[in-house]
Design a protein around this ligand. Sequence first.
Ligand code: GAR
Length: 217
Amino acid sequence: MTTRKRIGILISGRGTNMAALIEAAKNPAYPAEIALVVSNRPEAAGLERAAKAGIKTAVVDHKPFGQDREAFERALDATLRAHDIEFLCLAGFMRLLTPWLVDSWAGRMINIHPALLPSFKGLNTHARALEAGVRLHGATVHFVTNDMDGGPIIAQAAVPVLSGDDPETLAARVLDAERVLYPLSLDLVASGRARLEDGRVHVTEAMEPRAPLIWPI
Ligand code: GAR
């Protein structure tokens, strides 16, 4: 029997990406199991969603730690270790991480960012993409390093920017792509088909690209 990697998912909000990972991991052939969902916000809607799906949840509230980010991270890390978590997926986790946590989980922590990195790092990506007038936008799954939103890229999904889009309609289109992209990316990493080597991600056994994505045509 092959062992499935024990995944912890970190959330701060509604948990659409988290739910997609939970759904994918229901398949016994999926190389990862979702062992724990942790939120830094007690009111995050994703917590109830995870509990309903039968997944263990925990809250490590950042507020009592004030400005001491590392103390918060030590509490978070202790919770993850108590549940034997091997690998972390950030899914709408809206806290900046210090080098302490990033280094502790180096090569074992991935994030989904709502833009085609390295464009539009940081916040408000959809409004900024519209402002810049790009024709393609999307999402990126990458390893987390101390370079914020700058870690080695695992996989990306592109969506068109349509005339009449506002940040909400564009965000919804990107989120639909994220729901597909994140489970595929975790599958690649957990199965060993995507490996981090010398600061780059090497992928084996990926499908050949089917067509260029050109928009508008
Ligand atoms: C997603 O769009 C994710 O890419 C983004 O937050 C949203 C969370 O939605 N993450 C970031 O902006 C990280 N900086 P969800 O909670 O419904 O998955």
